[in-house]
Ligand binder design. Structure first.
Ligand code: NAD
Length: 349
């Protein structure tokens, strides 16, 4: 296993291997860039097959956070951490405190948030030993009746992205009657469905958890679709809101939507699927621009929450996407490549 020569190393500033024998903690913390500010990113806990898999994951995720923060206009860099282990079996307060001590030792260069396998309660345990945490339900958040969960902001940002893409692809200013297929109606996808329904869109939904689908059928008159067929519906917009890698060699030829815009991270199975979408005439809204609502919300939670300022910040996702779509069209380039270049100009001038 190499680090400096790893294909995803991409000039990371710091990669820390953190071990605590008494709690059994084995973790990696990757700081890709602190050029714009402290790096911020979630702590994922996952039973990786080996250390090499954990390293690849943390490097990719941490790098992605730099791009996301840069185009969201946030004064922060990209970082991420992973704990090697099964969250159901191996997680303990001692292990979380040990993780917190490792984060504290970095002196604020990395700020931790929740991710898959960790939750707000876990971050609260870490906050007993480090100040460098975010996404907590603090007194201010409770006073405004909010939970600290960024999903509503992510869903609203995704709605803004879909509106922008529909305007660009179809020249339409509203979503009345626009057909949208949502893959995954969990925390973000369900809220997105509600927002789209309120704007008159027609919905097709799929989820591996059938009660989540039933809820959308009842509440929004959505059409239930098998998980294996959601990407292939005759709709204007395909909104991946479940998992990564959903635009791939198998699904791409079956896409009927002219817009792909959803909240899931790492939607393209390979980087060249960006130009493959372009070649098919599909407008791809780069995932990390679309789903930046989560980190935008967390940023405002850390700096003093003003709902109107958050809303205005989320609306700027639309402006950023408009710039990307226009530049891509003018230069004949794929949208993902244009977004990457714009982000790098911000954090790597
Ligand atoms: P979630 O776990 O609440 O929802 C995901 C849903 O997808 C679940 O209902 C799950 O049953 C379903 N699902 C899993 N596999 C599926 C499949 N093969 N086909 C269809 N449905 C499937 O997660 P979430 O918080 O809603 O996040 C959704 C996506 O958005 C994830 O990729 C996440 O990384 C990304 N994201 C979320 C946020 C946020 O604020 N929550 C922010 C940025 C990005």
């Amino acid at each position: 296993m190499t680090v400096f020569d790893h294909p995803d190393f991409d000039r990371h500033e710091q990669v820390v291997f953190h071990h605590d024998p008494s709690s059994g903690l084995r973790a990696l913390i990757a700081i890709h860039s602190t050029r714009l500010g402290p790096s911020l990113g979630g702590c994922r806990m996952f039973p990786y097959v080996d250390e090499a898999a954990a390293l690849t994951d943390v490097l990719r995720l941490s790098r992605g956070m730099s791009f996301k923060a840069a185009l969201a206009g946030l004064p922060q860099g990209g970082g991420k951490s992973v704990i090697l282990g099964d969250p159901r079996r191996d997680k303990s307060p001692a292990l979380l405190r040990a993780m917190g001590r490792g984060i504290e030792r970095l002196g604020g260069a990395y700020v931790v948030a929740e991710d898959s396998g960790t939750n707000v309660a876990d971050i609260e345990v870490m906050s007993g030993v480090t100040r460098h945490v975010s996404g907590l339900t603090d007194a201010q958040t409770r006073a405004t009746g909010r939970t600290g969960d960024p999903s509503p902001a992510t869903a609203y940002g995704t709605l803004v992205a879909i509106r922008t893409a529909v305007r660009f692809a179809f020249g339409r200013d509203d979503l009345e009657g626009v057909r949208v297929a949502i893959q995954g109606v969990g925390n973000v996808g369900y809220r997105l469905a509600a927002l789209l329904h309120a704007e008159g869109a027609r919905l097709w939904v799929a989820d591996t958890h059938s009660p989540a689908v039933d809820r959308c059928v009842r509440a929004f008159g959505a059409v239930a679709v098998p998980v294996s067929a959601i990407h292939a519906q005759a709709v204007e917009v395909f909104a991946p809101c479940a998992l990564g890698g959903v635009v791939n060699d198998h699904t791409l030829p079956q896409l009927q939507a002219r817009v792909v815009a959803g909240a899931a991270n790492n939607q393209l199975a390979r980087p060249d699927h960006d130009s493959a979408l372009q070649a098919r005439g599909v407008l791809y809204a780069p995932d990390y621009v679309v789903n930046a609502g989560g980190i935008i919300d967390i940023h405002h939670q850390r700096t003093g929450y003003d709902a109107a300022a958050v809303r205005a910040h989320l609306d700027r996702i639309g402006d950023t996407l408009s710039d990307i779509f226009t530049t891509a069209a003018v230069r004949g380039r794929a949208t993902g490549a244009v977004a990457d270049a714009l982000a790098e100009a911000v954090f790597r001038p």
